[in-house]
Design a protein around this ligand. Structure first.
Ligand code: B16
Ligand code: MG
Length: 213
């Protein structure tokens, strides 16, 4: 992976783990509609956009809703989710995340956030790490969800670095695919068997060092 000039980080599952809060909010929504939603089913929602997540939850309950109803349900889930992330503290940054992003910056490598979440800014503020990123591209700035490369291409553009010099850190299969589709390198965070399309897989940013780039 020579010549890396920029690192683009996914948020949920890479810098912080908000999956538990997403799960609690989706489960509460499912319960309010009369069915349960398991932690196992929740796995399918990682890295997936809010509306697509809602569709998966409704499918699990065998429920159909109109578009207007879906908007309302997604809004309700988000309100519950936001209530929880507003309580987050700096302790919730994943091990090694702050240190690795900072080491990239110290080495002159540009850094960006590339997340599907429309709540990225709130989370970064709670963790007090807004300033770790030269560019922040989140769910409010993109129209196409991963595996479409839009979020990462916009990140590269904002940094002024061509895709071939960028590496993306991702915990979701769709995110690794998005990086590859954008002509970038991908480092998976998680299980190598799941993220087999990645150029390298580590268990967390605490395992990353600049010489692995
Ligand atoms: P929101 P990432 C993703 O974040 C989450 O993994 C996914 O579970 C969530 O549905 C999505 O953001 C949208 O989040 O409802 O807050 O806009 O992994 O792309 O950082
Ligand atoms: Mg993720």
């Amino acid at each position: 992976m020579n010549n890396i000039k920029a690192c683009i980080f996914d948020l949920d599952g890479v810098i912080v783990d908000t999956a538990i809060y997403h799960y609690k909010a989706w489960r509460r929504l499912a319960n309010s509609l009369g069915f349960d939603f398991s932690e196992e089913q929740n796995e399918q929602l990682k890295g997936v956009s809010r509306m697509r997540s809602l569709e998966i939850v409704l499918e699990a309950g065998g429920i159909t809703k109109t578009d207007a109803e879906k908007e309302q349900l997604a809004e309700q889930k988000n309100a519950w989710y936001v209530e929880m992330i507003n309580q987050m503290t700096t302790d919730e940054i994943l091990p090694g995340a702050r240190e690795f992003v900072q080491s990239c910056r110290d080495a002159g490598i540009k850094t960006a956030l590339g997340s599907a979440s429309k709540n990225s800014m709130t989370i970064l503020e709670k963790l007090k790490i807004v300033n770790l990123f030269d560019a922040i591209i989140d769910g409010n700035k993109v129209t196409k969800a991963k595996p479409d490369p839009e979020v990462f291409l916009k990140g590269a553009e904002a940094l002024g670095i061509e895709p071939q010099y960028c590496v993306v850190f991702e915990d979701a299969i769709a995110g690794v695919e998005a990086a590859k589709a954008g002509g970038m390198k991908a480092i998976g965070i998680g299980d190598p068997k799941v993220l087999h399309e990645a150029d390298l897989v580590v268990s967390g940013l605490n395992e990353m060092t600049l010489d692995k780039l």
